[in-house]
Design a binder for this molecule. Structure first.
Ligand code: GDP
Length: 181
């Protein structure tokens, strides 16, 4: 009993976050249900379409993968300007990527026209236990939640590797985006 989306509208969701936090892997898991141990760096910007049932309505999403490298920031900015929502990723095993969340939020708020829903995503949750045992300083769920709250952002932890919470993260953000558009 499939209904086509009621309009041609596709909501634009932009993925943000430092290089190597797992943006391309997140999209690959969401759209193809695949994981690759070694993904090549995204060059510039790339997008994928995905239709999800949000609150009973087929909802088309256009998901933009932006490269995290500094030299592509200016390109990324123009995508944030037109975004309906942002998935802002950090790597729970990489403190630097968590610290840099602030810069990303500042940049997003700077370029976007209105207030834009952000889903803060702590990715690579599958690695945290082992990384902690190996003495790496990891970001706790509690820290992630608190940071999200301080930006009035949504929050979840995911693994592109085992697939946990990937769809949930996007659904939750899409629900928020639909409410506001
Ligand atoms: P991007 O630069 O943000 O697009 O990051 P990539 O998607 O290219 O991922 C960088 C590296 O982290 C790759 O080697 C991925 O296989 C790996 N990776 C991405 N997500 C996960 C995850 O959830 N768990 C684990 N264990 N590795 C991941």
């Amino acid at each position: 009993n499939f209904k086509f989306p009621s309009s041609e509208k596709a909501y634009k969701i932009v993925l943000a976050g430092d290089a190597a936090v797992g943006k391309s892997s997140f999209l690959l898991r969401l759209c193809k249900n695949e994981f690759r141990g070694n993904t090549s760096a995204t060059l510039g910007v790339d997008f994928q379409m995905k239709t999800l049932i949000v609150d009973g309505e087929p909802t088309m999403l256009q998901l933009w993968d932006t490269a995290g490298q500094e030299r592509f920031r200016s390109i990324a900015k123009s995508y944030f300007r037109r975004a309906d929502g942002v998935l802002l990723l950090y790597d729970v095993t990489c403190e630097k990527s968590f610290i840099n969340v602030r810069e990303w939020v500042d940049m997003i708020e700077d370029v976007s026209l209105g207030e834009i829903p952000i889903m803060l995503v702590g990715n690579k949750a599958d690695l945290r236990k082992q990384a902690t045992e190996e003495g790496l300083k990891c970001i706790s769920t509690n820290f992630g939640e608190k940071l999200a709250m301080s930006y009035s952002a949504l929050f979840c932890e995911t693994s592109a590797k085992d697939g946990s919470n990937i769809i949930e993260a996007v659904l939750h953000l899409a629900r928020e985006v639909r409410k506001r558009c």
